[in-house]
Design a protein around this ligand. Structure first.
Ligand SMILES: Nc1ncnc2c1ncn2[C@@H]1O[C@H](COP(=O)(O)OP(=O)(O)OP(=O)(O)O)[C@@H](O)[C@H]1O
Length: 302
C-alpha cells in the first residue's frame, strides 16, 4: 500500500522494439494538480495509457489508489475519471442527457449534473444536441464527462488542444476558478503557460524520461534564470550586442534579441553605452519555458 494517489516505479514501455518510456518514476500526491508537460511524442499519452490500465508496462510497477490498474481493474474504473475522445460522445443526445447517460453507466448520482453545467459555463448549451456544440463547449463537456461521477483521480489529456486562444483562456480560467477539481488531477498540456497557472507540481517529460519534478515556482527559482530582456528593435545589432556582452549572452528569437540578466539596470546602462536600440524592450522574469531551455538546450515548441 502506498500513500501516493498514483505511484509509478521504474516503468518502461517498449512498443515494437522502440523504447517509448524508459525507467520512469512518478509519484503523485493525493489532492495535487500534477502537470505532465513535454513536446509532441515525449510519451505523455503512453504514460497515461499505462496508468489508466490500457497498456501493460514492459517493466516496472504502477499503483493507482494503491491498486494495480492492469489488467483493467473494474473496482478502480469508478474511481478514476478519463476525459473521453469526442468520438465517444452520444451525438444525438442533448448535453444534459449525455451527462445523465454517463452517470447511469457509472452508477453515479445525477445530483452533480446541474452544478457541473453551471460551473463549466454550459448552461446555455445544456439542451443543445451534442453534435451541434461548438469546439469550446465540446471540450468543456469532455471535462464534465470525466468528473460527473466524482472520481478520486482525474486524467485531463490536453483539455485545451485545438481551441482558439480565447476558448483556451476561458477553459483554463474555469478550471482555475472552480473548485471542481479537488480530486487528484493529472494533466497533460503542450502549453507551459497553462501548466504554470494551474499546476502545483509539474513533471517535465522528454523522450520517455522525466527530467525533473517540482512546483513551477521552485523550478524557476532553482534554475536561477534572472530576467529575460527582449530587444525587438535590435535584431540588426546582434553582433554588436555579442561583442558587448559575450557571444553566449545573446540569442536571436522571432521576437527580437534576447538577453538574460540578474541586474537589468546595469544591463540597460551597458546597452545604452554601446548604442544598442532598447526602445520597446520587454523584461520578464524566468518562466517554465526558460527552465525547459536550460534543461534541454532547446526552445520549447508546443
Ligand atoms: N502503438 C504505438 N506504436 C508505435 N509507436 C507508438 C505507439 N504509441 C506511441 N508510439 C510512439 O511513442 C512516442 C510517444 O508517443 P505519445 O503519444 O505517448 O507521446 P505524447 O507525448 O503524448 O505526444 P503528443 O503530445 O503528440 O500526444 C511517439 O514517438 C509515438 O510515435
Amino acid at each position: 500500500m502506498t500513500d501516493y494517489a498514483v505511484d509509478v516505479r521504474d516503468v518502461s514501455v517498449v512498443i515494437k522494439g522502440k523504447t517509448i518510456l524508459s525507467h520512469l518514476d512518478l509519484q503523485v500526491e493525493e489532492g495535487s494538480f500534477h502537470g505532465i508537460i513535454g513536446p509532441n511524442g515525449a510519451g505523455k499519452t503512453t504514460l497515461f495509457n499505462a496508468i489508466q490500465g490500457f497498456r501493460k508496462p514492459t517493466e516496472g510497477t504502477i499503483r493507482v489508489l494503491g491498486q494495480s490498474p492492469y489488467p483493467r481493474n473494474l473496482a478502480l474504473l469508478s474511481q478514476i475519471g478519463i476525459q473521453p475522445q469526442q468520438s465517444a460522445f452520444f451525438p444525438k443526445t442533448t448535453l444534459r442527457e449525455h451527462l445523465r447517460a454517463v452517470c447511469a453507466i457509472q452508477g453515479a448520482e445525477h445530483s452533480t449534473i446541474d452544478t457541473l453545467i453551471e460551473a463549466l459555463n454550459l448552461a446555455k448549451a445544456a439542451d443543445t444536441k451534442v453534435e451541434k456544440l461548438s469546439g469550446g463547449e465540446r471540450q468543456r463537456l469532455a471535462v464534465a464527462t470525466a468528473i460527473v461521477h466524482r472520481p478520486k483521480v482525474l486524467f485531463l489529456d490536453e483539455p485545451t488542444a485545438g481551441l482558439d486562444p480565447e476558448a483556451r483562456y476561458s477553459l483554463v480560467s474555469l478550471l482555475q476558478s472552480t473548485n471542481l477539481l479537488e480530486m487528484t488531477t493529472l494533466y497533460t498540456t503542450h502549453y507551459l503557460d497553462e501548466a504554470e497557472r494551474l499546476c502545483d507540481t509539474v513533471s517535465i517529460v522528454e523522450q520517455g524520461k522525466i527530467l525533473t519534478t517540482s512546483s513551477p515556482s521552485r523550478l524557476v527559482a532553482e534554475a536561477d534564470l534572472g530576467s529575460t530582456v527582449i530587444l525587438p528593435n535590435a535584431l540588426h545589432q546582434a553582433d554588436a550586442v555579442a561583442t558587448l556582452l559575450g557571444p553566449d549572452a545573446v540569442r536571436v528569437t522571432k521576437d527580437g534579441l534576447e538577453v538574460r540578466s540578474h541586474d537589468t539596470a546595469a544591463l540597460f546602462a551597458r546597452l545604452a553605452e554601446g548604442g544598442i536600440d532598447t526602445r520597446h524592450a520587454q523584461v520578464h522574469d524566468g518562466r517554465l519555458e526558460d527552465v525547459y531551455l536550460q534543461l534541454t538546450g532547446r526552445d520549447y515548441v508546443a
